[in-house]
Design a protein around this ligand. Sequence first.
Ligand code: GDP
Length: 312
Amino acid sequence: MALRQKIAVLIGGVGGAKLALGLANLQPTPQLTFIVNTGDDFWHLGLKICPDIDTLMYTLAGRVNPQLGWGVADDSTHVLDSLIRRYAWDAWFKLGDQDLALHLLRTAAMRDQVSLTDFTSRIARRMGIESTILPMSDVEMPTLIRSRESGEMSFQEYFVRQRWQPAIQQIQYDSGQGASLPARVDDALTSADMVMIAPSNPWLSIAPILAVPGLRELLAALPAPKVAITPVIGGDAVKGPTAKIMRELGLAVSARTVACYYEGIIDGFVDDLRNPPFHFAGLRTTRLDTLMTDLPRKVALARNTLDWVRGW
Ligand code: GDP
């Protein structure tokens, strides 16, 4: 029997999860390891919340809210309603009841000194997920946002409470205070036949992963093909603040800017058919339909990307 191809994917939340679902539905299914951004993680109401890990798990388990792309489908909000109605709580972060169950379990595990990696593996198995899901780090590495109007803010203050409206002046990535590259992340990258960077937000979802000590250097030195997929289509982001952030940072909103940002760590770039072509010396590029509006399109993008790289 042929060995299953091993693919390691650097990934954020909703945009990345679309590609993850496409990859997981390929036949034969590659051996997938997702290395997930934890720069968005935070503590809320005493609970440890990992938005990108949860979005990916709910998506792969077929439980995600299809309208939102995050949270659990058909979830109730009894706890949230109580907080608002009975206690006049400023419930700016939406928490469904089934979602809360996961946060409760995770918080208890953290208090019992279980690592986020072990907890995530255990829960992913219980959800019936076959892929491996690895947090980028077990050490907290919170991303901080600085804006002229609001000063320094936590990520969720910026992203959810202020609905990404403050103009970003600077993004500060945490380096985990002496943390080293987790052994399982190192193994997943070193043994991969191919590394992918999902079409996640480069500045908010992928850059925090690249800030894990040693990860960027490891990626740069890996002999396996490394390919990123554009999150910019037709001069804009499909969803979320990617294009707005690029403008605020003084960058041109284009796939080319994203490819430039990954310079030195990728050797291939999947651009979208709708974008104007560009060429960089030493970077292979292809143009595909990268808009993943339904499952067949997610699978097609995953398949076409793998087929392109196999032909190198
Ligand atoms: P978040 O953490 O929930 O914001 O999600 P990600 O960082 O993983 O993804 C956000 C990015 O995904 C945005 O820049 C979007 O432009 C991109 N994105 C969303 N849907 C698609 C799609 O169908 N195709 C492509 N190419 N990019 C997408």
